[in-house]
Design a protein around this ligand. Structure first.
Ligand SMILES: [Ca+2]
Ligand SMILES: [Ca+2]
Ligand SMILES: [Ca+2]
Length: 308
């Protein structure tokens, strides 16, 4: 860096236009405008079925279907599914989230299927079951199984998947058709994953494991019927940044110079400074994802303005 805090101050006080602005006391402070909500529909980034088997020999990473409940052999199946949330802007507020699946085969009436947040990562290999897929296929490298997070070397902490004890949502599933898992629990999961992407391992669907032939079969992300593949619909409000307002006062003025300088290097510099309550993005005046030398000129240009 080839500038100093003093040179910035000098720029503010000596440049005629911005100097005037720096010395102007703003009588009114504008509040940030209300942000409109955005909606995003995402396809699953991976999905698979855990087939109960003592050695984890069955999976269905590349199959057309997912299962939850007990199939004809009275052995449990659980579906795991995850979504890449990187298209949701960081700092966004998740207003609602809805997991939507198409249930394509069933032998029983209503069964409750609970979606639990997964607490560990898992894999989707190339295993691809034949026929109706209820029995799975031989596990392939990297597949999630009943005992493996990643076949054949990485085990789940708990067999059947490492999941949160409390379901995030539960839905009664009856006849063939679309079903959704939504509400505050699902929205809270998505919010947590937007805030901390490294904790995003998706959900596991747990059905009735006490009754034979209770399984509900859902279409996977590999299903030829694209409209029936899993979807996650997220309504969110993107954060509103007031560029240049480094102290979050509602206006860009002389008092922003010191906090702006302190934010130089964010988001990769001192985490306490970058997360001090006033978003560092306010200081990223050219909105390129980092606060650096190239933000100085546009910052100076904004001195004397109010937030939109
Ligand atoms: Ca899959
Ligand atoms: Ca300010
Ligand atoms: Ca920048």
């Amino acid at each position: 860096m080839t500038f100093s805090r003093l040179s910035l101050r000098a720029l503010c006080t000596q440049t005629s236009r911005t100097g005037l602005a720096c010395l102007t006391t703003l009588a009114t402070v504008a509040l940030p405008g209300a942000a409109a909500a955005d909606t995003l529909q995402l396809a699953a980034s991976k999905d698979n079925t855990l087939y109960f088997a003592a050695s984890g020999e069955y999976s269905n990473g590349a199959g057309d279907h997912l299962f939850a409940g007990n199939t004809g052999s009275a052995a449990a199946r659980r579906a795991v599914i995850a979504f890449d949330l990187s298209d949701v802007p960081s700092g966004a507020t998740v207003n609602s989230a809805t997991l939507r699946l198409f249930m394509s085969k069933t032998r029983t009436g209503t069964q409750t299927i609970a979606a639990h947040r997964l607490l560990a990562d898992w894999g989707e290999g190339t295993s691809d079951a034949d026929g109706e897929e209820g029995s799975g296929a031989a596990s392939a490298p990297g597949d999630a199984t009943w005992v493996h997070a990643f076949y054949a070397n990485q085990l789940w902490v708990n067999q059947g998947g490492h999941l949160a004890a409390t379901p995030s949502a539960a839905t009664a599933v009856t006849a063939t058709g679309f079903y959704t898992w939504t509400g505050t629990g699902i929205a809270a999961d998505v919010q947590a994953w937007v805030d901390n992407p490294s904790a995003n391992f998706g959900w596991i669907l747990v059905g009735n494991e006490a009754t034979a032939q209770s399984a509900k079969r859902f279409d996977s992300r590999s299903n030829p019927l694209i409209s029936q593949r899993p979807a996650l619909v997220i309504e969110y409000t993107a954060p509103v940044y007031c560029l240049g307002d480094a102290d979050c006062s509602g206006a860009v003025d002389f008092f922003d110079i010191d906090p702006f300088v302190a934010k130089l290097g964010c988001p990769s510099s001192d985490p306490d400074t970058c997360s001090d309550g006033c978003p560092w993005q306010n200081s990223d005046v050219d909105s390129n994802g980092t606060v650096d030398f190239f933000d100085i000129d546009p910052f100076v240009d904004l001195l004397g303005t109010a937030c939109p």
